[in-house]
Design a protein around this ligand. Structure first.
Ligand SMILES: [Zn+2]
Length: 408
């Protein structure tokens, strides 16, 4: 794959059979002008070839130009667990397997596997990543990469003992925002969840937390008992002062005052109508990871209801602990098969514009003037159709390759 890192002295006119701007209709025989590290014009090639002077033309011919994808939730640090955790119908059994296998990994093994995953992300067209890690071994890889995104230093402590220090790194990292995240309502003490939210609020950072992923989490918050409390006690990390809130995970987080427009809930599978109302009222963002949910056997998020309620949703792959192939294209395929009445355009918007904006990259994820040229050029193995519906289907389902990238 070839690529260009846009420079201020560059002046390009890109042309391809199809341009997908995401926020406006796809353009047949489209073109994009890039100048001074920005997208300056977009339209048909016929129009732009007259208006744009002195630009170097790159004609991709039978290809599609679209914004790079966002993988809004993954744990690169767990990449070495690929094919080591069997799919499961039991959340607790899956957690036990992850704990056991993770203890056997060395940091070198973890980092090498993460490196391969990052390379795979680049090949499939990812431009922005939301990465969660506990030991931050992936941070230097990300900071030196052409990606943008968030690195969330994840806190997992049910007893509430954790010192939230100022997070900083020794080397420059202009492409990644770094902050703390809380693992989940059933693994982090309530006061600590609030402290992490407040840390992020002060620094205008996104607060990210897994929420409503399994029925065991729901049962635990309702009763303080069940398989989850058994596991915490067995591992000696039970908190005697914990009083079950006796409400759903979403209502529990709401009662802690941590739900607002800068909160990103991962999964949100076990939510009811009242929860959805709260999420909409508080303008909370949701990241769904359908293949991970299927792998663990916890169900499928209620995407149609989220969209009907007007909630902003983005897409993640989660990690190799709960997914055998980390691909946003695959997640789109699963969602399109399951929700037959949600269009491919809508799913592509979730995978590009929504992801970029939720992670705070407000000038990426779409092709329009003043946006950064963070673009992928895709060649589809079969001949590219001139029919819009067919081209969108081919883009998702056909064999394809990212042949060129433009990034900043
Ligand atoms: Zn996760």
């Amino acid at each position: 794959m070839e690529n260009i890192q846009a420079q201020s002295y560059h002046h390009y006119l890109l042309r391809a059979k199809w341009v997908l701007p995401i926020l406006s209709s796809p353009i047949f025989d489209g073109a994009i002008e890039i100048k001074d590290k920005k997208i300056t014009k977009i339209g048909t090639y016929k129009e732009l070839s007259k208006e744009v002077i002195d630009a170097k033309l790159i004609d991709f011919e039978d290809a599609v130009i679209m914004p790079a994808l966002t993988n809004a939730h993954t744990h690169l640090e767990l990449s070495a667990l690929k094919y080591r955790i069997p799919p499961s119908g039991s959340f607790i059994l899956w957690v036990r397997n992850v704990i056991k296998m993770r203890e056997q990994l060395t940091p070198i093994e973890m980092k090498e596997a993460a490196k391969l995953t990052i390379e795979g992300f680049w090949k499939e067209g990812i431009g922005i990543i939301g990465d969660v890690g506990n030991i931050a071994i992936t941070l230097d890889l990300l900071c030196q990469s052409p990606f943008y995104g968030y690195f969330f230093q994840e806190v997992l402590n049910f007893q509430g003992v954790y010192n939230l220090k100022e997070l900083y790194i020794k080397y420059p990292c202009s492409n990644f925002k770094i902050t703390y995240s809380a693992h989940a309502p059933h693994t982090v003490a309530p006061l600590l969840i609030q402290a992490i939210k407040s840390y992020n609020k002060k620094r205008k950072r996104l607060f990210c937390i897994h929420c409503a992923e399994s029925s065991e989490e729901v049962e635990f918050l309702q009763t303080g008992k069940g398989q989850w409390s058994k596991l915490l006690k067995e591992r000696g990390i039970w908190n005697d002062s914990f009083i079950p809130p006796k409400v759903s995970p979403v209502k529990y987080l709401n009662s802690l005052g941590v739900l607002d427009e800068n909160t990103l809930l991962i999964h949100a599978v076990y939510v009811d109508e009242e929860d959805i109302k709260i999420l909409k009222e508080k303008n909370v963002k949701i990241c769904i990871c359908p293949k991970s949910n299927i792998f663990i056997g916890v169900g499928i998020p209620k995407l149609k209801k989220f969209l009907n309620a007007g909630i902003e949703v983005c897409i993640g792959t989660d990690s190799f602990a709960s997914n055998d192939h980390l691909s946003i294209w695959d997640e789109i395929k699963v969602l399109h098969s399951f929700f037959t009445d949600i269009s491919i355009e809508e799913l592509l918007k979730m995978a590009t514009y929504n992801g970029a904006h939720i992670l705070g990259f407000s000038n990426m994820g779409a092709i329009m003037p003043d946006y950064k040229p963070n673009l992928i050029i895709i060649e589809i193995k079969d001949k590219l159709s001139e029919n819009l519906k067919k081209i969108l289907e081919d883009l998702v389902y056909s064999e394809k390759e990212v042949i060129f990238r433009v990034y900043v």
